[in-house]
Design a protein around this ligand. Structure first.
Ligand code: F0G
Length: 457
Protein backbone atom coordinates (compact mmCIF):
# COMPACT_ATOMS: atom_id res chain seq x y z
CA UNK A 1 0.00 0.00 0.00
CA UNK A 2 1.27 3.44 -0.88
CA UNK A 3 1.89 5.57 2.19
CA UNK A 4 -0.32 8.67 2.46
CA UNK A 5 1.12 12.18 2.37
CA UNK A 6 1.95 13.71 5.74
CA UNK A 7 3.52 16.87 7.08
CA UNK A 8 7.30 17.33 7.09
CA UNK A 9 7.22 18.47 10.75
CA UNK A 10 5.71 17.46 14.06
CA UNK A 11 4.14 19.74 16.66
CA UNK A 12 6.02 20.84 19.78
CA UNK A 13 3.80 23.65 21.10
CA UNK A 14 0.08 24.31 20.76
CA UNK A 15 -2.17 27.36 21.07
CA UNK A 16 -5.78 26.76 22.13
CA UNK A 17 -8.54 28.19 19.94
CA UNK A 18 -12.19 28.58 20.91
CA UNK A 19 -15.49 27.73 19.26
CA UNK A 20 -18.51 29.97 19.74
CA UNK A 21 -22.25 29.78 19.17
CA UNK A 22 -24.07 31.24 16.21
CA UNK A 23 -25.92 33.63 18.55
CA UNK A 24 -22.61 34.94 19.91
CA UNK A 25 -21.24 35.38 16.41
CA UNK A 26 -24.33 37.24 15.27
CA UNK A 27 -23.91 39.68 18.13
CA UNK A 28 -20.16 40.10 17.53
CA UNK A 29 -20.62 40.59 13.80
CA UNK A 30 -23.17 43.31 14.44
CA UNK A 31 -20.88 45.01 16.95
CA UNK A 32 -18.11 44.86 14.33
CA UNK A 33 -20.36 46.63 11.79
CA UNK A 34 -20.17 43.56 9.54
CA UNK A 35 -16.48 44.20 8.94
CA UNK A 36 -14.37 41.13 9.74
CA UNK A 37 -11.28 43.28 10.42
CA UNK A 38 -13.16 44.73 13.39
CA UNK A 39 -13.61 41.37 15.13
CA UNK A 40 -11.42 40.45 18.07
CA UNK A 41 -9.31 37.38 17.36
CA UNK A 42 -10.91 35.47 20.28
CA UNK A 43 -14.19 35.76 18.40
CA UNK A 44 -12.69 33.76 15.52
CA UNK A 45 -12.37 29.97 15.48
CA UNK A 46 -10.29 29.45 12.33
CA UNK A 47 -8.58 32.57 11.05
CA UNK A 48 -8.10 32.73 7.29
CA UNK A 49 -7.92 36.52 7.11
CA UNK A 50 -4.31 36.48 5.93
CA UNK A 51 -1.18 34.36 5.68
CA UNK A 52 0.85 37.44 6.62
CA UNK A 53 2.68 37.26 9.92
CA UNK A 54 0.45 34.40 11.03
CA UNK A 55 2.83 31.48 10.43
CA UNK A 56 4.28 29.26 13.16
CA UNK A 57 8.02 29.61 13.68
CA UNK A 58 10.10 26.46 13.99
CA UNK A 59 12.19 25.36 16.97
CA UNK A 60 15.29 26.54 15.08
CA UNK A 61 13.73 29.97 14.61
CA UNK A 62 12.81 30.28 18.29
CA UNK A 63 16.30 29.20 19.22
CA UNK A 64 17.66 31.89 16.88
CA UNK A 65 15.52 34.49 18.68
CA UNK A 66 17.68 33.95 21.76
CA UNK A 67 20.79 34.77 19.72
CA UNK A 68 19.54 38.22 18.67
CA UNK A 69 22.13 40.97 18.91
CA UNK A 70 20.27 44.14 19.79
CA UNK A 71 23.18 46.52 19.14
CA UNK A 72 21.99 49.73 17.55
CA UNK A 73 24.71 49.66 14.90
CA UNK A 74 26.61 46.76 13.36
CA UNK A 75 24.43 44.04 14.89
CA UNK A 76 25.75 40.56 14.11
CA UNK A 77 22.12 39.53 13.53
CA UNK A 78 21.97 41.95 10.59
CA UNK A 79 25.03 40.31 9.06
CA UNK A 80 23.53 36.83 9.52
CA UNK A 81 20.40 38.02 7.74
CA UNK A 82 22.37 39.79 5.02
CA UNK A 83 24.54 36.74 4.31
CA UNK A 84 21.46 34.51 4.04
CA UNK A 85 19.78 36.96 1.66
CA UNK A 86 23.00 37.23 -0.40
CA UNK A 87 23.08 33.45 -0.71
CA UNK A 88 19.40 32.95 -1.56
CA UNK A 89 18.95 35.90 -3.93
CA UNK A 90 22.40 36.77 -5.21
CA UNK A 91 21.66 40.42 -4.32
CA UNK A 92 24.57 42.08 -2.56
CA UNK A 93 22.94 45.10 -0.93
CA UNK A 94 20.34 44.61 1.83
CA UNK A 95 18.23 47.11 3.75
CA UNK A 96 16.00 45.68 6.51
CA UNK A 97 12.57 47.28 7.03
CA UNK A 98 9.76 46.63 9.48
CA UNK A 99 7.53 44.98 6.84
CA UNK A 100 6.90 44.79 3.09
CA UNK A 101 5.11 48.09 2.62
CA UNK A 102 7.98 49.81 4.42
CA UNK A 103 10.39 48.32 1.89
CA UNK A 104 8.15 49.75 -0.83
CA UNK A 105 8.06 53.12 0.90
CA UNK A 106 11.84 53.33 1.22
CA UNK A 107 12.70 52.12 -2.29
CA UNK A 108 9.90 54.02 -4.03
CA UNK A 109 10.82 57.24 -2.20
CA UNK A 110 14.06 57.04 -4.18
CA UNK A 111 12.63 55.84 -7.49
CA UNK A 112 9.01 56.94 -8.01
CA UNK A 113 8.22 60.55 -8.94
CA UNK A 114 5.00 62.36 -9.84
CA UNK A 115 4.07 61.21 -13.35
CA UNK A 116 6.02 57.95 -13.13
CA UNK A 117 4.46 54.86 -14.65
CA UNK A 118 5.22 51.53 -13.00
CA UNK A 119 4.08 48.55 -15.05
CA UNK A 120 3.61 45.18 -13.38
CA UNK A 121 1.28 42.25 -12.72
CA UNK A 122 -1.63 43.10 -10.37
CA UNK A 123 0.32 45.33 -7.96
CA UNK A 124 -0.61 44.53 -4.36
CA UNK A 125 -2.72 47.26 -2.64
CA UNK A 126 0.16 48.73 -0.63
CA UNK A 127 2.42 48.65 -3.69
CA UNK A 128 -0.21 50.46 -5.69
CA UNK A 129 -0.82 52.80 -2.75
CA UNK A 130 2.86 53.74 -2.56
CA UNK A 131 2.87 54.43 -6.30
CA UNK A 132 -0.43 56.33 -6.47
CA UNK A 133 0.28 58.42 -3.36
CA UNK A 134 3.31 59.78 -5.27
CA UNK A 135 0.96 60.85 -8.08
CA UNK A 136 2.30 58.06 -10.26
CA UNK A 137 0.48 55.24 -12.06
CA UNK A 138 0.56 51.51 -11.37
CA UNK A 139 -0.10 50.02 -14.81
CA UNK A 140 -1.49 46.50 -14.64
CA UNK A 141 -0.09 44.26 -17.39
CA UNK A 142 -1.33 40.89 -16.06
CA UNK A 143 -2.44 38.33 -18.66
CA UNK A 144 -6.19 38.51 -19.42
CA UNK A 145 -6.58 34.81 -18.58
CA UNK A 146 -6.18 35.66 -14.87
CA UNK A 147 -9.67 37.17 -14.91
CA UNK A 148 -11.37 33.91 -15.96
CA UNK A 149 -11.58 32.07 -12.62
CA UNK A 150 -12.51 28.73 -14.17
CA UNK A 151 -9.67 28.58 -16.71
CA UNK A 152 -6.89 26.17 -15.70
CA UNK A 153 -3.43 27.30 -16.79
CA UNK A 154 -0.23 26.70 -14.84
CA UNK A 155 1.09 30.29 -14.61
CA UNK A 156 -1.92 32.51 -14.26
CA UNK A 157 0.09 35.22 -12.49
CA UNK A 158 2.18 36.04 -15.56
CA UNK A 159 2.86 39.44 -17.06
CA UNK A 160 1.46 39.82 -20.58
CA UNK A 161 4.60 40.59 -22.64
CA UNK A 162 2.52 42.41 -25.27
CA UNK A 163 0.97 44.73 -22.69
CA UNK A 164 4.37 45.36 -21.11
CA UNK A 165 6.02 46.05 -24.46
CA UNK A 166 3.23 48.50 -25.34
CA UNK A 167 3.56 50.23 -21.95
CA UNK A 168 7.29 50.69 -22.46
CA UNK A 169 6.98 51.73 -26.09
CA UNK A 170 4.54 54.47 -25.05
CA UNK A 171 5.90 55.57 -21.69
CA UNK A 172 9.51 54.40 -21.36
CA UNK A 173 10.85 57.80 -20.35
CA UNK A 174 8.52 57.80 -17.34
CA UNK A 175 9.11 54.21 -16.25
CA UNK A 176 11.49 54.01 -13.26
CA UNK A 177 11.29 50.18 -13.11
CA UNK A 178 9.00 47.22 -13.78
CA UNK A 179 7.60 45.33 -10.79
CA UNK A 180 6.68 41.64 -10.93
CA UNK A 181 4.83 40.15 -7.97
CA UNK A 182 5.74 36.53 -7.26
CA UNK A 183 3.37 34.86 -6.59
CA UNK A 184 0.65 37.17 -7.87
CA UNK A 185 -1.45 37.60 -4.72
CA UNK A 186 -4.29 39.65 -6.18
CA UNK A 187 -4.83 37.21 -9.07
CA UNK A 188 -5.22 34.39 -6.54
CA UNK A 189 -1.73 33.48 -5.35
CA UNK A 190 -0.96 32.52 -8.93
CA UNK A 191 2.64 31.85 -9.94
CA UNK A 192 4.79 33.53 -12.58
CA UNK A 193 6.87 31.21 -14.78
CA UNK A 194 10.63 31.43 -15.25
CA UNK A 195 9.94 31.80 -18.96
CA UNK A 196 7.80 34.85 -18.21
CA UNK A 197 10.51 36.35 -15.98
CA UNK A 198 12.92 35.88 -18.92
CA UNK A 199 10.50 37.63 -21.26
CA UNK A 200 10.12 40.53 -18.83
CA UNK A 201 13.93 40.75 -18.56
CA UNK A 202 14.30 40.87 -22.35
CA UNK A 203 11.73 43.67 -22.68
CA UNK A 204 13.30 45.56 -19.78
CA UNK A 205 16.75 45.25 -21.39
CA UNK A 206 15.44 46.46 -24.73
CA UNK A 207 14.33 49.70 -23.05
CA UNK A 208 17.20 49.90 -20.56
CA UNK A 209 14.90 49.41 -17.54
CA UNK A 210 15.34 47.58 -14.27
CA UNK A 211 13.08 44.93 -12.75
CA UNK A 212 11.95 44.65 -9.11
CA UNK A 213 10.43 41.45 -7.77
CA UNK A 214 7.77 41.89 -5.09
CA UNK A 215 8.93 38.68 -3.44
CA UNK A 216 6.52 38.18 -0.52
CA UNK A 217 5.79 34.62 -1.73
CA UNK A 218 8.88 33.91 -3.87
CA UNK A 219 9.47 30.46 -2.36
CA UNK A 220 5.95 29.32 -3.23
CA UNK A 221 6.55 30.68 -6.72
CA UNK A 222 9.74 28.60 -6.95
CA UNK A 223 7.78 25.53 -5.83
CA UNK A 224 5.32 25.99 -8.69
CA UNK A 225 8.17 26.44 -11.19
CA UNK A 226 9.69 23.19 -9.95
CA UNK A 227 6.44 21.25 -10.12
CA UNK A 228 4.86 22.82 -13.23
CA UNK A 229 7.51 24.22 -15.57
CA UNK A 230 9.46 22.03 -17.96
CA UNK A 231 13.12 21.63 -17.10
CA UNK A 232 12.88 22.44 -13.38
CA UNK A 233 11.77 19.17 -11.79
CA UNK A 234 15.32 18.20 -10.82
CA UNK A 235 16.39 21.63 -9.55
CA UNK A 236 16.26 22.54 -5.87
CA UNK A 237 14.07 25.40 -4.63
CA UNK A 238 17.24 27.33 -3.78
CA UNK A 239 18.60 26.90 -7.33
CA UNK A 240 15.28 28.04 -8.77
CA UNK A 241 15.07 31.05 -6.43
CA UNK A 242 18.58 32.11 -7.41
CA UNK A 243 17.67 31.86 -11.09
CA UNK A 244 14.46 33.91 -10.57
CA UNK A 245 16.40 36.67 -8.82
CA UNK A 246 19.17 36.55 -11.46
CA UNK A 247 16.56 37.88 -13.89
CA UNK A 248 15.84 40.93 -11.71
CA UNK A 249 17.68 43.94 -10.33
CA UNK A 250 16.22 44.09 -6.88
CA UNK A 251 13.40 43.03 -4.62
CA UNK A 252 11.01 44.28 -2.00
CA UNK A 253 10.12 41.65 0.56
CA UNK A 254 7.39 41.20 3.11
CA UNK A 255 9.11 38.62 5.30
CA UNK A 256 5.78 37.94 7.03
CA UNK A 257 4.89 35.47 4.29
CA UNK A 258 7.67 33.28 2.91
CA UNK A 259 10.15 34.39 5.58
CA UNK A 260 7.81 32.79 8.17
CA UNK A 261 8.30 35.54 10.74
CA UNK A 262 5.56 37.54 12.41
CA UNK A 263 7.01 40.90 11.40
CA UNK A 264 9.75 42.03 9.06
CA UNK A 265 10.80 42.89 5.55
CA UNK A 266 13.69 44.11 3.44
CA UNK A 267 14.96 45.56 0.20
CA UNK A 268 17.75 43.78 -1.65
CA UNK A 269 19.46 44.81 -4.87
CA UNK A 270 22.55 44.23 -6.96
CA UNK A 271 22.91 47.95 -7.75
CA UNK A 272 24.92 50.27 -5.55
CA UNK A 273 23.09 53.36 -6.82
CA UNK A 274 19.72 51.96 -5.72
CA UNK A 275 21.20 51.04 -2.35
CA UNK A 276 22.71 54.50 -1.87
CA UNK A 277 19.45 56.15 -2.92
CA UNK A 278 17.22 54.01 -0.71
CA UNK A 279 19.58 54.28 2.28
CA UNK A 280 18.75 57.96 2.61
CA UNK A 281 15.09 57.09 3.24
CA UNK A 282 15.70 54.08 5.46
CA UNK A 283 17.27 56.10 8.24
CA UNK A 284 14.45 58.62 8.76
CA UNK A 285 11.57 56.22 8.00
CA UNK A 286 12.72 52.88 9.39
CA UNK A 287 15.86 53.22 11.43
CA UNK A 288 19.59 52.80 11.14
CA UNK A 289 20.83 50.62 8.27
CA UNK A 290 21.65 47.54 10.31
CA UNK A 291 18.18 47.18 11.81
CA UNK A 292 15.73 49.24 9.71
CA UNK A 293 12.72 48.61 11.92
CA UNK A 294 13.57 45.05 12.96
CA UNK A 295 14.82 43.68 16.26
CA UNK A 296 18.07 41.75 16.20
CA UNK A 297 16.17 38.66 17.34
CA UNK A 298 13.69 39.00 14.48
CA UNK A 299 16.51 39.28 11.96
CA UNK A 300 17.98 36.04 13.34
CA UNK A 301 14.62 34.28 13.10
CA UNK A 302 14.14 35.57 9.56
CA UNK A 303 17.54 34.30 8.45
CA UNK A 304 16.53 30.82 9.62
CA UNK A 305 13.01 31.15 8.17
CA UNK A 306 14.33 32.04 4.73
CA UNK A 307 16.65 29.07 4.77
CA UNK A 308 13.95 26.62 5.96
CA UNK A 309 11.25 27.82 3.64
CA UNK A 310 13.44 27.44 0.57
CA UNK A 311 13.53 23.70 1.21
CA UNK A 312 11.17 21.57 -0.84
CA UNK A 313 9.64 19.52 2.00
CA UNK A 314 8.43 22.57 3.89
CA UNK A 315 6.82 24.08 0.79
CA UNK A 316 5.33 20.77 -0.30
CA UNK A 317 3.62 20.36 3.09
CA UNK A 318 2.20 23.84 2.83
CA UNK A 319 0.96 23.77 -0.76
CA UNK A 320 -0.38 20.26 -0.24
CA UNK A 321 -2.66 21.59 2.52
CA UNK A 322 -3.99 24.37 0.32
CA UNK A 323 -4.61 21.78 -2.42
CA UNK A 324 -6.35 19.51 0.08
CA UNK A 325 -8.84 22.26 0.90
CA UNK A 326 -9.31 22.98 -2.81
CA UNK A 327 -10.03 19.28 -3.39
CA UNK A 328 -12.87 19.40 -0.84
CA UNK A 329 -14.35 22.48 -2.53
CA UNK A 330 -14.18 20.61 -5.85
CA UNK A 331 -16.13 17.77 -4.27
CA UNK A 332 -18.82 20.25 -3.20
CA UNK A 333 -18.83 22.12 -6.52
CA UNK A 334 -17.82 25.47 -5.01
CA UNK A 335 -16.22 27.74 -7.63
CA UNK A 336 -12.84 29.34 -6.89
CA UNK A 337 -9.93 30.80 -8.85
CA UNK A 338 -8.43 27.78 -10.62
CA UNK A 339 -5.98 26.17 -10.37
CA UNK A 340 -5.60 26.80 -6.65
CA UNK A 341 -2.64 29.10 -5.86
CA UNK A 342 0.01 29.00 -3.18
CA UNK A 343 -1.32 30.66 -0.07
CA UNK A 344 -5.09 30.83 -0.33
CA UNK A 345 -8.34 29.83 -1.95
CA UNK A 346 -10.14 32.67 -3.70
CA UNK A 347 -13.84 31.75 -3.84
CA UNK A 348 -15.65 33.35 -6.78
CA UNK A 349 -18.46 35.00 -4.81
CA UNK A 350 -20.21 36.35 -7.91
CA UNK A 351 -20.72 32.75 -9.01
CA UNK A 352 -21.92 31.62 -5.55
CA UNK A 353 -24.25 34.38 -4.39
CA UNK A 354 -25.83 34.97 -7.79
CA UNK A 355 -28.96 36.50 -6.24
CA UNK A 356 -27.04 39.24 -4.39
CA UNK A 357 -26.65 42.30 -6.65
CA UNK A 358 -23.08 43.55 -7.02
CA UNK A 359 -24.11 46.86 -5.44
CA UNK A 360 -24.68 44.82 -2.25
CA UNK A 361 -21.17 43.28 -2.27
CA UNK A 362 -21.52 39.49 -2.75
CA UNK A 363 -17.99 38.57 -1.56
CA UNK A 364 -18.35 40.55 1.66
CA UNK A 365 -21.78 38.95 2.16
CA UNK A 366 -20.24 35.51 1.69
CA UNK A 367 -17.46 36.34 4.15
CA UNK A 368 -20.09 37.34 6.75
CA UNK A 369 -22.16 34.20 6.11
CA UNK A 370 -19.11 31.95 6.48
CA UNK A 371 -18.18 33.61 9.77
CA UNK A 372 -21.73 33.28 11.11
CA UNK A 373 -21.79 29.64 10.02
CA UNK A 374 -18.65 28.46 11.78
CA UNK A 375 -16.46 31.28 13.07
CA UNK A 376 -14.18 31.04 10.02
CA UNK A 377 -12.79 34.45 9.11
CA UNK A 378 -11.95 35.14 5.47
CA UNK A 379 -11.28 38.38 3.67
CA UNK A 380 -13.10 40.16 0.88
CA UNK A 381 -10.84 40.78 -2.12
CA UNK A 382 -13.49 42.40 -4.21
CA UNK A 383 -15.63 45.45 -4.75
CA UNK A 384 -15.15 46.94 -1.28
CA UNK A 385 -11.38 46.49 -1.44
CA UNK A 386 -11.37 48.03 -4.93
CA UNK A 387 -12.31 51.43 -3.42
CA UNK A 388 -14.06 54.12 -5.47
CA UNK A 389 -12.78 55.56 -8.73
CA UNK A 390 -10.67 58.56 -7.69
CA UNK A 391 -12.29 60.77 -10.34
CA UNK A 392 -15.95 59.69 -10.59
CA UNK A 393 -16.20 58.46 -6.95
CA UNK A 394 -18.26 55.53 -8.24
CA UNK A 395 -17.70 52.04 -6.84
CA UNK A 396 -15.41 49.99 -9.08
CA UNK A 397 -17.29 46.87 -10.15
CA UNK A 398 -14.98 46.01 -13.06
CA UNK A 399 -12.80 43.41 -11.37
CA UNK A 400 -13.40 40.12 -9.62
CA UNK A 401 -15.38 39.80 -6.38
CA UNK A 402 -13.61 37.14 -4.35
CA UNK A 403 -13.61 35.73 -0.86
CA UNK A 404 -10.01 34.94 0.06
CA UNK A 405 -9.38 32.16 2.52
CA UNK A 406 -5.72 32.32 3.45
CA UNK A 407 -3.97 29.38 5.01
CA UNK A 408 -1.41 30.30 7.67
CA UNK A 409 1.90 28.45 7.36
CA UNK A 410 2.37 25.47 9.72
CA UNK A 411 -0.61 26.51 11.89
CA UNK A 412 -3.78 24.54 11.17
CA UNK A 413 -4.29 20.83 10.52
CA UNK A 414 -6.18 19.17 7.70
CA UNK A 415 -9.10 18.74 10.11
CA UNK A 416 -9.38 22.52 10.26
CA UNK A 417 -9.45 22.48 6.45
CA UNK A 418 -12.38 20.05 6.66
CA UNK A 419 -14.24 22.46 8.93
CA UNK A 420 -13.64 25.39 6.58
CA UNK A 421 -14.87 23.35 3.60
CA UNK A 422 -17.95 22.01 5.39
CA UNK A 423 -18.91 25.48 6.63
CA UNK A 424 -18.57 26.85 3.13
CA UNK A 425 -20.63 23.96 1.77
CA UNK A 426 -23.43 24.73 4.23
CA UNK A 427 -23.52 28.33 3.04
CA UNK A 428 -23.26 27.16 -0.59
CA UNK A 429 -26.22 24.80 -0.12
CA UNK A 430 -28.46 27.67 0.92
CA UNK A 431 -27.03 30.19 -1.56
CA UNK A 432 -30.35 30.71 -3.31
CA UNK A 433 -31.98 31.84 -0.07
CA UNK A 434 -29.34 34.57 0.29
CA UNK A 435 -30.74 37.39 -1.81
CA UNK A 436 -29.61 40.51 -0.01
CA UNK A 437 -26.14 41.74 0.90
CA UNK A 438 -24.81 44.76 2.76
CA UNK A 439 -24.65 48.52 2.28
CA UNK A 440 -21.93 50.94 3.31
CA UNK A 441 -22.82 53.32 6.11
CA UNK A 442 -19.34 54.81 6.66
CA UNK A 443 -16.10 54.59 4.68
CA UNK A 444 -12.70 56.22 4.19
CA UNK A 445 -11.44 57.50 0.86
CA UNK A 446 -8.55 55.03 0.51
CA UNK A 447 -8.20 51.42 1.73
CA UNK A 448 -11.72 51.57 3.04
CA UNK A 449 -12.02 47.81 3.57
CA UNK A 450 -10.08 47.89 6.85
CA UNK A 451 -12.46 50.28 8.60
CA UNK A 452 -15.66 50.34 6.54
CA UNK A 453 -18.92 50.15 8.50
CA UNK A 454 -21.68 48.11 6.92
CA UNK A 455 -25.36 47.41 7.44
CA UNK A 456 -27.00 44.11 6.61
CA UNK A 457 -29.88 44.48 4.15
N1 F0G B 1 3.32 42.56 -1.55
C1 F0G B 1 2.46 41.53 -1.54
C2 F0G B 1 2.36 40.65 -2.73
C3 F0G B 1 1.67 41.31 -0.41
O1 F0G B 1 0.80 40.29 -0.42
C4 F0G B 1 1.80 42.16 0.71
C5 F0G B 1 0.99 41.97 1.90
C6 F0G B 1 2.74 43.21 0.64
C7 F0G B 1 3.49 43.37 -0.50
C8 F0G B 1 2.92 44.16 1.80
O2 F0G B 1 3.62 43.56 2.82
O3 F0G B 1 2.01 43.46 4.74
O4 F0G B 1 4.46 43.17 5.07
O5 F0G B 1 3.56 45.38 4.51
N2 F0G B 1 -0.01 41.21 1.95
C9 F0G B 1 -0.81 40.87 3.09
C10 F0G B 1 -1.99 40.05 2.65
C11 F0G B 1 -1.19 42.01 3.97
O6 F0G B 1 -2.88 39.78 3.48
O7 F0G B 1 -2.03 39.61 1.49
P1 F0G B 1 3.39 43.91 4.37
Amino acid sequence: MELPFAESWRIKMVEPIKKSTREEREQWMKEADYNLFQLRSEQVYIDCLTDSGTGAMSDRQWAAVMMGDESYAGSSSFFHLKETINKITGFEYVIPTHQGRAAENVLFSHLVKAGSIVPGNSHFDTTKGHIESRKATALDCTIDEAKDTQLEIPFKGNVDPKKLEKALAEHHENVPFIIVTITNNTAGGQPVSMQNLREVRAIADKYGKRVVLDSARFAENAYFIKTREEGYADKTIKEIALEMFSLADGMTMSAKKDGIVNMGGFIATRHEDWYEGAKRFCIPFEGYLTYGGMNGRDMEALAVGLDENTEFDNLETRIHQVEFLAGLLDEYGIPYQRPVGGHAIFVDADKVLTKVPKEEFPAQTLAIELYLEAGVRGCEIGYILADRDPVTRENRFGGLDLLRLCIARRVYTDNHMRVIAAALKNVFDRRNEITRGVEIVWETELMRHFTVKLRKL
